[in-house]
Structures are given as C-alpha cells and as structure tokens.
Design a protein around this ligand. Sequence first.
Ligand SMILES: Nc1ncnc2c1ncn2[C@@H]1O[C@H](COP(=O)(O)OP(=O)(O)OP(=O)(O)O)[C@@H](O)[C@H]1O
Length: 306
Amino acid sequence: MSDDVLVTQGLTKRYGPATAVDDVSIRLERGRIYGLIGANGAGKTTLMRMITGLSLPTAGSISLFGSTAATPRQQDLARIGSLIEAPALTGSMTARQNMHLHRLLRGVPDASVETELLELVGLSDTGRKRAADFSLGMRQRLGIALALISDPELLVLDEPVNGLDPVGVVEVRRLIRDLARERGITVLISSHNLPELFQTATDYIIVDRGSVKRTLTLGELEDETQHFLRIEARDGERLTTVLEQDLGTEDFTVMPDRSVRLRSHLDEPEKVLRTLVAHDVWPTSFAAEGETLEGFFLSVIGGHRS
Ligand SMILES: Nc1ncnc2c1ncn2[C@@H]1O[C@H](COP(=O)(O)OP(=O)(O)OP(=O)(O)O)[C@@H](O)[C@H]1O
C-alpha cells in the first residue's frame, strides 16, 4: 500500500484575474505532520479548502489516499477531518452536546467516541459550561475534537494556534504531536508564524503568493537555523587542538576563512572562552551567530512579510 495520503499536481485557484494558489504540487506521507507556513494572504486557506473539497480547483489535480480519480470522491473526503477558519461550534451548547450533534451529523454509531475525544483534548470536565463561554484555546480544542469524530486519517487544521496564549499554543501543539504518534494520523497544519510551529511539524512547506517556495524536513530546518559560536584565532591549529583536548568537543567545523563554527557549549560561551585563554589561545573574534527561524522564513519568501 502506498504511503501517500495526498498528492496534488499543478493545483491552481484563480479568483478572476487574481491567482490565490498557483501550480502547487505537494505530497503528504502517512503519519507525518506538515507545517504549511506562509504570511497572511499566501494562499494557505484556499489550498486547504480545495484539499478538503470545500472549493473546486481552477486547474490541477488532487489524489487522496492513492485514488486515481480525477477529482476527490466523497468516500475519500470522508476520511479527512478539518478545522478551517472558525470551528463549527454551536455556542449555546456544551462541549458534550456539540460532540453529540456532530456525531449524529456524521453518522458515527459509537457514542463512546464523545467521551474518548473530550478526554483526549482535555475538555471532559467542562460540565454545563456553554461553548460560547469557552476560552479561545478551549474552543480550538473542541474544534479539533469535532474534526476527529469520524476517525479521520488526514487532519487539516487552518491556523489552530492563531490568537492562543502561550499555554494554549503548547497544549494544541502537544495534542497534534500525540495524534500523529499514537493514532498514526497525518496532519496538515497552517500557520503564518514559523517559530510557533517549529518542532511540532516533521516537515515544512513554505508558501508565498500562492506558490510553494521551499519544502524541508525538521532536520533540514534545524540545520538551516543552527546556531554556533564563531571563533577566530591567529593560531588556528592550536585553537582546534584546545577545543578537542581541553574542552572535549569535536562538534565544530573549520570554515574556508579559517574561522571555527562550534556547535556545542552554546549555553556556556564563558566556559569556552575561559578554556581557550587558559591554554593561551586568544581569540581575535568570538561571537554567537546563526539564522533565526524568522530570518530564515523571510529569506525564503524574499524578505517581505505579506
Ligand atoms: N473567495 C475569494 N474571492 C476572491 N479572492 C479570494 C477569495 N478567497 C481568497 N482570496 C484571495 O486569495 C489570496 C489567498 O488567500 P488565503 O485566505 O488563501 O490566504 P491565507 O494564506 O490563508 O491567509 P490568512 O492567513 O490571512 O488567512 C488572498 O489574496 C485573498 O484575498
């Protein structure tokens, strides 16, 4: 069985003369978490609406779960759970009543799913409180529980951490990681903020003005944004000998300009400096350097924010 959950080819959406999504070809594999990152207006929501069958492409194809049908079939779309824009909650109902309603609407016979999912998203003890009185984070978590009701294989979440406080962001991120790890669900999650999604996703798709600018794994992103201590000394050989023998590290690279990039001891630069000086190596240059996540994102999209 193929591990492809979703493959798009040349996916395009135009609104009159404006192109919201432009020739997007992506492949999502089972069990991975994909971060779709782009500034406001980059085309994330439009792409997600096409993937979930809420909007029809102007051109291009979408293949779901290995199907070769030209357009997604209802039975394949039913294997997707989504939270796009605001969660589809009924404010006058409790969390349990919302779950019950959506379970009936989706035709899911097993009532135990209501309790199980409310526990999963940490909303099992909200009692008679109406969804309208929930915090934004609680509402997002209920929205995710509703999206999970029909046991989807692909979960599509549009900016689920947008507007949440730091605690809410951590909670939703943990929930998403657990879903992928424990249930093998593939997740496509959008954000306009790369740092906010960093380490939640296993893969990153960076979009700008409707096009995919770059796809990379978490490991590649970490390499791109790795921080290091940049050290220069007149006696480069002695510098590397002291790093190896006295600081006890081999986690460094000698660059063509003879400067050294040290990737260990990033949180204790004083110790590095003290060790070097104690062994009579006097750096002519010593500084923490590296690209930030935000800087990397801006460099990929060409320096502008929206
Ligand atoms: N129904 C529509 N009619 C006309 N233009 C639209 C429509 N929907 C989206 N657009 C345009 O398509 C572009 C992409 O919008 P989209 O909402 O997909 O971006 P986004 O990345 O999700 O942004 P945001 O983070 O602000 O939601 C924007 O320029 C938007 O104005």
